[in-house]
Design a protein around this ligand. Sequence first.
Ligand code: SER
Length: 317
Amino acid sequence: MKRYLVTGSYGQIGMDLIPAMLKRYGKENVIATGRKKINPVFKELDVIYRRLDIRDQYGLRSLLVEYDVDVLIHNASVLSATGERNPQLAHSINFEGFYNALEATRELNLEQLFAPSSIAAFGPTTPLVNTPNTTIMEPTSIYGISKVYVELMGNYYNQKYDLNFRSLRYPGVLSPEEPGGGTTDYAIWIFYEALKNKKYECFLGSDVRLPMMMMSDCLKSTFDLIEAPEDKLQHRAYNVTGMSFTPEELANAIKEYISDFEITYKPDFRDAIARSWPQSLDDSVAREEWGWDPEFPFDKMVIEMLDGVSKKLGISY
Ligand code: SER
């Protein structure tokens, strides 16, 4: 069995990825890391957890050696909205952090480095409807620029050092877990506010269409790519998606279950970020090369989110 180390493990994705990895790979083979103290969920699951700031290259290396790690999953990142509020922090965590992960993988000869990219790697000059896997990438957010860096450097190390780098361009990822600082987060907060207060003020305009996927599909795509045989891969970074919708469409779907729910719109700087991103993604390359096949359609997502968030809040609907 291989050993896996995950950075940024208490982020929105990590909170579901770590429990899924424990089941899949065994408790002794998964090392969760993050800057903060261990959270109660990981404590309860008896996860191997170590404190790590990804900018600490020596700290990262010593953990990779101590646990004899084979695969590094580098999720630690400052997301788009937080990045625009603090570009310097985003630069140090996203650029230096990824460089440390890349160099540690090369120097210690690890078997694989997985690091997510994002729809944010695209920009206003990209064809934004059904965005192809290979196309113009001129993002305008610091987060998006850092994801292009991740992809280009990962590709470079793959060609120069034969480093097994793999990446997915995640769309907005939906789960009842509280998200941290992204632009797609509205699609989670809307459920919290609909259940708590029956109203939500959206920070995006009503018509901003964005690609999204349910967390279970996000984890499925991650495991599928990490475990895919190398000879199937013609690319290092892949578009993946599950659905696309606007805030208005999502609000209308929620109204079917909470009839007196009301949405208002007060677009802020995140609206401009969202409008520079794809509205939908063409994920046919992932489908062809390693069999990507999402399971969660829009209607099922709405029910799953309402059930999950209401359980978290202890409010029925
Ligand atoms: N969910 C991310 C964000 O909104 C996109 O990768 O920043």
